[in-house]
Design a protein around this ligand. Structure first.
Ligand code: NAD
Length: 482
């Protein structure tokens, strides 16, 4: 460990060691340290936010003509693309996702900067129809200092999703990445600086959420928090926001239903359901973790799915052929194991998986096998609570009415999947299921131009989409007398 140099963090326009405790980021596939850094301290938070406020008011970033600010963001996208392989490898080490997935996330981060640069360039304020002897206009202003608080499961993509629109809108941004995955946010801050974002406009403050994230959220100069993470943390942030009368967006947990109808293309559905739950080791807010299959095809479908799950290539994230890497930490794996034990104690049968893989290459990392449980109802705890791991509960259903009632019986409502060849049935179910995103005959696909967010305990607000930039702006109506 000592051979690793301490990584600087970005506070108030300076790259320097954090003032908090030293810690290491571990490679989940081996448990080896890959970075050593000192977390931000509360004094760092104070300094970074005060400086960001000054940079917002004086650096010229907020006043820059939109096409010039957009040009800087296009450069950010270009630098991400130039360094994409290096970034993808670093992210693999930081959170253990297979390299094929981290490459896709890096590409999506570049695309996000490009998209919001274009959104900024084409933004139009409007003159509204007059109702009197005046002309009215609706204009948008940047907010000042905004915060982006992100989880560990999809770094770079999560950070880009917040940084790009917040910067496009002309704000200063304080980023608080998850403690265990600080590297990508630091890389993005470097890239922003190189592309021409003025120093101090972006700060990165790694550290404990309950200390650093909390202090950022409560800070009076922070005008908005965009948060992605767990529902409990999201509710805590919402309370602070209510006290400050601060807008927030909350992208939270999920327990998404996937519905396979008896007329589905089964090859297609098996592959899609498999990807929907086991890609990213199931550490995905939108993981399709509750599977409902029409009773008439249930046995055949689950037999094929279990076979495919058993054959998934679990292993070294550096290997291009790997389909599932390790879990993020040893502690997280223990939590998943407890959930599987709970599922069994609730009457569930393990159809496949439910153990740590054995053999060379699996000794030190936090690996777990793709797991499918059966024999449970939708009301079991394992079917209701977010596990955030490669664990699927499969259940048969008898009719559409029962299916929809069960699919919607969850505190979460983030995403859903429907598999059917019948357009009308898919339309009916897609409209009846309560979820922020519905995939029909596909799953876990993303487009930056399409808004994303959840209902109920899955969150508040939407990210992405052209309108995403307005989340980071205040609207102002102006009346001009004639
Ligand atoms: P988490 O809530 O523990 O942490 C998320 C972030 O919040 C981290 O940076 C953490 O340090 C910070 N944080 C923790 N306590 C805080 C506090 N009191 N004040 C301010 N910040 C605080 O979540 P996690 O374990 O990192 O991520 C997993 C969760 O994220 C899952 O529930 C998953 O569903 C959710 N998630 C949601 C989406 C989405 O878009 N809806 C995407 C990815 C992950």
């Amino acid at each position: 460990m000592s051979h690793l140099e301490l990584l600087p963090i970005n506070v108030a326009g300076e790259w320097r060691l954090g003032g908090g405790d030293e810690y290491q980021s571990l490679y989940p596939a081996t448990g080896e340290p890959i970075a050593r850094l000192r977390a931000a301290s509360l004094a760092d938070v104070e300094e970074a936010i005060a400086h960001a406020d000054v940079a917002f008011r004086t650096s010229g970033w907020a006043q820059m003509l939109p096409h010039l600010r957009a040009a800087v963001l296009h450069r950010v996208a270009a630098i991400i693309r130039e360094r994409s392989e290096d970034l993808a490898q670093k992210q693999r080490l930081d959170n253990g996702k297979p390299i094929s997935e981290t490459r896709a996330l890096v590409a999506s981060a570049a695309g996000t900067f490009q998209f919001f640069a274009a959104a900024l360039e084409t933004l139009e304020d409007t003159i509204t129809p007059s109702r009197g002897p005046f002309v009215t206009m609706s204009v948008h202003e940047p907010m000042g200092v905004v915060a982006a608080i992100t989880p560990w499961n999809s770094p770079i993509a999560s950070e880009a999703q917040k940084l790009a629109p917040a910067l496009a809108a002309g704000n200063a941004v304080v980023v608080k990445p998850a403690e265990v995955t600080p590297l990508m946010a630091l890389e993005l801050a470097k890239i922003c600086e190189e592309a021409g974002v003025p120093r101090g406009i972006v700060s990165v403050l790694p550290g404990k959420g309950s200390v650093i994230g909390d202090a950022i959220t409560k800070h009076p100069l922070v005008k908005r928090v965009s948060f992605t993470g767990g529902t409990t943390t999201g509710k805590h942030i919402a309370h602070i926001a209510a006290d400050k009368m601060m807008p927030v967006s909350l992208e939270l947990g999920g327990k998404s239903p996937t519905m396979v109808l008896d007329d589905a293309d089964l090859d297609h559905a098996v592959a899609g359901v498999l990807y929907g739950i086991f890609s990213s080791s199931g550490e995905s807010c939108i993981a399709g973790s509750r599977l409902f299959v029409a009773r008439g095809i249930y046995d055949e479908f689950v037999t094929r799915l279990a076979e495919a799950a058993k054959n998934l290539r679990v292993g070294d994230p550096a290997d291009e052929r790997t389909q599932m890497g390790p879990l993020i930490t040893a502690k997280h794996r223990e939590g998943i194991e407890r959930y599987v034990d709970l599922g069994v104690s609730e009457g569930g049968r393990i159809r496949t998986g439910g153990v740590r893989p054995q053999g060379a290459g699996f000794d030190a990392g936090y690996f777990y096998t793709p797991t499918i449980l059966e024999g449970l109802t939708n009301s079991a705890r394992i079917t209701q609570e977010e596990i955030f791991g490669p664990v699927l509960v499969a259940m048969p259903f008898d009719n559409e009415e029962e299916l929809i009632a069960q699919a919607n019986d969850s505190v979460y409502a983030l995403a859903a999947g429907v598999w059917s060849r019948d357009f009308k049935r898919a339309w009916r179910l897609g409209r009846a299921v309560q979820a922020g995103t519905v995939w029909v005959n596909t799953y876990k696909q993303f487009s930056v131009s399409t808004p994303f967010g959840g209902w109920r305990d899955s969150g508040l607000g939407r990210e992405k989409g052209r309108e995403g930039i307005f989340q980071y702006m205040e609207q102002k109506s102006m009346y001009w007398g004639t």
